[in-house]
Design a protein around this ligand. Structure first.
Ligand code: PXL
Length: 260
């Protein structure tokens, strides 16, 4: 059977993040990709000029069109934009038992809000309990838990807290910690696993979060378990950063052609 995956996320016309990154990543992993668009950004590698959030009706209708005809084997959510968009997504997805990866995108690479303030609460209360894996970076983890993220132990505490909200597994991404290797902490069923990678000194990290979550989702669609999916996805993202094509004058995209 052809593995299929769906992303519900925002558009980045410069192609490095959002649904564009997700679809390229699905494709690279040999997975048929589908995309429900939740918001449009007007941006390039230098700046975000505009963000326009789609109506919940349009998001609901796109999702319905996919689900009634060709339901995917796994789903990933990225920037959803509003509390109302999260509500319609959860209303529809809670009926299904499909593997769901949640990238709780709150701000863009350039610091623009991609999720309304009041939506963080809805995300935690409604989306988290149906997630198989939620993948916050330290800023998102800090915003959701109030725990100041400075050390691995802080990441562990935040992961426990988020796990209590119902997510089956939590991956707190430590790439934004100040120094040392990039350590991500995977927490599931009371156990933690540390995933380490060398830090790459580069400007070209635009869309890494999207690409990471999409790669996990692609592997879940292919039937791998969460740990194996995360490990393979992390390797792919590291190679994608190391071989970034150097496009644009700001934060450039990663190389989605990297080996899987
Ligand atoms: O990486 C977060 C992200 C998600 N979605 C869209 C984005 C970005 C980062 O800039 O533009 C559409």
């Amino acid at each position: 059977m052809t593995p299929t995956a769906l992303t519900i996320a925002g558009s980045d016309p410069s192609g490095g993040a959002g649904i564009q990154a997700d679809l390229k990543t699905f494709h690279q992993f040999g997975v048929y990709g589908m995309a429900v668009i939740s918001l449009l950004t007007v941006q390039n590698t230098r700046e975000v000029k505009e963000v326009s959030v789609l109506s919940p009706e349009l998001v609901q209708q796109q999702l319905q069109a996919v689900m009634e005809d060709l339901p995917p084997l796994a789903i990933k959510t990225g920037a959803l934009g509003s509390a109302a968009n999260i509500e319609v997504v959860v209303d529809m997805l809670q009926e299904t038992a499909l593997p769901l990866v949640v990238d709780p995108v709150m701000v863009s690479t350039h610091g623009r809000a991609l999720l309304a303030q009041d939506a963080v609460d809805v995300l935690m209360r409604r989306l988290m309990p149906i997630a198989d894996l939620i993948m916050p970076n330290i800023h998102e983890a800090q915003l959701m838990t109030g725990i100041k993220m400075e050390r691995i132990e802080d990441m562990h505490m935040a992961a426990e807290r988020l796990s209590d909200l119902g997510a089956r597994a939590v991956l707190v991404k430590g790439g934004h910690l100040d120094k040392g290797p990039c350590v991500d902490l995977l927490y599931a069923e009371g156990e933690r696993i540390l995933l380490e990678a060398d830090r790459v000194d580069t400007m070209n990290t635009h869309g890494t979060g999207c690409t990471f979550a999409a790669a996990v989702c692609a592997n879940l669609a292919k039937g791998l378990d969460v740990l194996e999916s995360v490990q393979r996805a992390k390797g792919y993202v590291l190679r994608a950063i190391e071989t970034a094509p150097g496009l644009g004058q700001g934060h450039g995209p990663v190389n989605h052609h990297a080996t899987v």
